[in-house]
Design a protein around this ligand. Structure first.
Ligand SMILES: [Mn+2]
Length: 452
């Protein structure tokens, strides 16, 4: 006899059940019975056991007090089975040390979901940091499943590449559709994106739709994003930031979840996000940077990363594309003299036809020739919708501060913007973009003229 909670039901006329009991998972095959139970209901089954399968001769539903007793036993079983591994920190500082607890909590949360056969939507940011995060997550979930849940299927994990660092309303609609393929709601895992204020609206919608949510991120975070999540790992919550990148956090999460993780993926992530925790140079990083703009297929990324020749091929394609973009950017650059300093204005529209590299890389291609100069240089890439700033080390100008000032002046005509002192960007709205750009240049000019 077997008693437990139904955690999975097959899509068939006389369905099989996967039942979570106080001593593990069993598949119940209905041969002589024809019950129609729901996920989350408790049953007692009589029948012939064969390994972890039972051929049912009798299925009885449990209710009330008996259900309560079984529920408590299963909770106790999950508590015993789902314990995060101790893990070493690849990069150790105060922020990472403080993240150990939320990482372990997130790992145990996911372990329990895997034990419950919950499908996972594994959404990741569309850059090398995000893509490696997505790979680390998926593999850790499958590794844990391999050890603990023989019924868990790889196809229950739906990996999806985001279009930005924002979890959007259209994503929720897509996830609601994905959920229809399963007998239960998947848990939503958002890595290297989704924690910011701009994502809150969609997170609320996902919550309303019954999704449990896990977020692992290092972008600026909103308190609401934390409140809406069952598990929330944010480097920003403990004073961290860009160097504590998604792939680094996902690597530690993977170790906590399954005891195993590929360190190289964390290194690619760190290089991709320019984390100072990693000093090396890997061709995989640029290859992946190129690949994420050409498709959205996590399996393809893994295939390329596992093959030296494919890495080189994609690295070369990326390098050539950057060189070409740099030439176009250079041809479309004008200069403004500002005291001892200089402003480079790169018109980005001619680059729109290129799907790779990102516009920031093209701006950097122009800017890099001025990096070591002994006078201040600010390079601004612009089109009707954005300004991208690069500031050389000599300049005391702070791009993020000027963006803040401009955004205060123009309000909703500059819907978003920010970044660092030396590299930042701002969105502009079309009817006023020319006027905004003129103000930006005026402001930068004043700052550079004020510097010796
Ligand atoms: Mn990142």
């Amino acid at each position: 006899m077997l008693t437990g909670e139904i955690v999975w039901i097959s899509f068939s006329t006389n369905p099989d059940y996967i039942v979570l009991t106080e001593d593990g998972l069993y598949k119940v095959i209905q041969e002589d019975t024809q019950s129609e139970a729901q996920v989350g209901e408790f049953i007692t089954v009589k029948g012939t056991p064969r390994k972890n399968e039972v051929y049912a001769t009798e299925v009885e539903m449990l209710e009330g007090e008996r259900e309560g007793i079984e529920k408590a036993k299963i909770e106790a079983f999950l508590k015993k089975e789902c314990k995060a591994f101790d893990f070493e920190l690849l990069a150790e500082d105060e922020v990472m040390l403080k993240l150990v607890k939320p990482l372990k909590h997130a790992a145990e949360f996911m372990q329990k979901e895997i034990m419950r056969c919950t499908p996972v939507i594994n959404r990741f940011h569309n850059d090398p940091d995000g893509a490696t995060s997505g790979i680390l997550l998926k593999n850790a979930l499958l590794e844990f499943a391999k050890e603990k849940n023989p019924f868990y299927e790889a196809k229950w994990i739906s990996s999806k590449q985001a279009d930005s660092a924002i979890f959007e309303m259209k994503n929720v609609h897509d996830d609601v559709e994905t959920a229809k393929d399963f007998c239960k709601k998947p848990v939503l895992s958002l890595v290297d994106h989704g924690a910011n204020t701009e994502s809150v609206h969609a997170l609320e919608e996902a919550h309303k739709n019954g999704f449990k949510i896990m977020i692992i991120d290092h972008h600026p975070y909103a308190q609401e994003a934390k409140s809406l999540s069952q598990a929330f790992v944010s480097a920003r919550e403990f004073g961290g930031g860009s160097i504590h990148c998604g792939g680094l956090l996902s690597y530690e999460f993977a170790l906590a979840l399954s005891g195993k993780a590929d360190k190289k993926l964390a290194e690619i992530a760190m290089e991709g996000d320019k984390s100072t925790f990693f000093k090396g140079h890997l061709h995989e990083t640029l290859a992946l940077d190129y690949l994420v703009t050409k498709g959205k297929d996590l399996k393809k990324y893994e295939k390329v990363l596992a093959d030296k020749h494919l890495v080189e091929l994609n690295y070369l394609k990326a390098t050539q594309a950057i060189k070409k973009a740099g030439e176009i950017a250079h041809e479309n650059t004008t200069h403004v003299i500002a005291g001892r300093g200089k402003i480079n204005l790169v018109y980005l529209k001619p680059l729109h036809k290129l799907t790779y590299p990102p516009k920031g890389t093209s701006v950097q291609e122009v800017h890099k020739h001025f990096e070591g100069k002994d006078y201040p240089v600010v390079t601004i890439g612009y089109d009707d919708e954005r300004c991208i700033f690069r500031v050389n080390s000599y300049a005391t100008f702070k791009a993020n501060e000027t963006i803040g000032k401009i955004r205060k002046e123009f309000g909703s005509a500059t819907p978003s913007g920010g970044g660092h002192e030396k590299a930042a960007s701002m969105r502009m709205q079309i009817p006023r973009s020319k006027e905004i750009l003129e103000r930006v240049v005026e402001e930068v000019k004043k700052e550079l003229e004020g510097q010796e």
